[in-house]
Design a protein around this ligand. Structure first.
Ligand SMILES: NC(=O)c1ccc[n+]([C@@H]2O[C@H](COP(=O)([O-])OP(=O)(O)OC[C@H]3O[C@@H](n4cnc5c(N)ncnc54)[C@H](OP(=O)(O)O)[C@@H]3O)[C@@H](O)[C@H]2O)c1
Length: 286
């Protein structure tokens, strides 16, 4: 039976390229999008291009924890096992701070809380796989732009889009390594978790983000040197499909290889603090 892979943010850019590559390799691909019409168009496109009819679609607005819960309940109704979860959806917001209806800063909501909640809600389906993989798409921005203030996680006092993005990807990396440690402590050896940086990729990423005139100009100029979405998807597809992934669960990858994460702000206490904060905010504390 074909392995089942769920990939968020598969309606454009890196996620769409990864979904197509996995469909071409015979996986049963569940694509996630936020707009039902757009998601259905992409689903048909992937079926046509790959020749693989086993492409399903789910939708949710990842700015809404309630909608994520609804989507994951639907996935439980449809699928009995998930082998690979790729938390790819994410992005950089604009120069003015925006909050979700549930009152989370949007960069944090989509890049940190959404993958956290999806992973927890689908863990029972992942555990059923012989070789489950959770692949969280991070960024080297965690090295370049993060400057976390643990008293202001929602950046209510000092918001800046690049800092919000760098912090969010740093927290995503910490949550992934924390999860890997927890799985190991619980004796769960059939589920591994990874993060990666896809490179600088020419997608819709940052295109609609108004970062101010100087950064807008620089990012437009830099875009012509970026890699293709297919090349950006390469490490994701590798982590999803390789028989023997080097390194260990919880590692961060660049160009298929385990790479160094920033240690600048890391302490085990801070990692635990962010994990607990996500547990509380997503209502997962039992
Ligand atoms: N491009 C780069 O240079 C780069 C570098 C490092 C890391 N990354 C990371 O790579 C991942 C993919 O980005 P990309 O470059 O492929 O960008 P993209 O083309 O903008 O794709 C982002 C995907 O996420 C979805 N998405 C965003 N916000 C969402 C929300 N609130 N609810 C549901 N879906 C949402 C988008 O849906 P719609 O189609 O509906 O907009 C889209 O499918 C992101 O996590 C990004 O941070 C990208």
């Amino acid at each position: 039976m074909a392995k089942t892979v769920l990939i968020t943010g598969a309606t454009s850019g890196i996620g769409k390229a990864a979904a197509l590559a996995l469909a071409q390799q015979g996986y049963h691909v569940i694509i996630h999008g936020r707009n039902p019409g757009k998601t259905e168009v992409i689903r048909k496109e992937i079926i046509d291009e790959s020749g693989n009819g086993q492409v399903s679609a789910v939708t949710a607005d990842l700015y809404s924890l309630a909608d994520i819960r609804r989507m994951c309940a639907g996935i439980h109704g449809q699928f009995s096992r998930i082998d690979i979860l790729i938390n790819n959806a994410g992005g950089l917001l604009g120069k003015s701070r925006e909050a979700t209806q549930e009152n989370f800063e949007k960069t944090f909501a989509v890049n940190v809380l959404a993958p956290f909640l999806i992973t927890h809600l689908l863990m029972d389906l992942l555990i059923k796989s012989d070789d489950a993989r959770i692949i969280n798409v991070a960024s080297n921005s965690h090295q370049l732009n993060a400057k976390p203030d643990f008293g202001d996680i929602q950046l209510e006092k000092q918001y800046n889009p690049l800092r919000a993005y760098g912090n969010a990807k740093l927290f995503l990396i910490w949550n992934t390594q924390h999860l890997a440690g927890q799985l190991q402590r619980d004796g769960i050896t059939n589920v591994r978790a990874y993060t990666l940086h896809p490179g600088a990729v020419a997608t819709s990423f940052g295109v609609g983000s108004d970062l101010g005139p100087v950064l807008n100009f620089v990012s437009k100029l830099a875009r012509s040197f970026f890699r293709s979405p297919e090349s950006g998807a390469d490490t994701i597809v590798y982590l999803a499909t390789a028989e023997n992934v080097p390194g260990k669960s919880g590692d961060y990858f660049v160009d298929r290889k385990p790479a160094k994460k920033s240690t600048k702000y890391f302490t085990a206490e801070r990692e635990q603090l962010i994990w607990n904060y996500c547990l509380e905010q997503t209502g997962l504390y039992r």
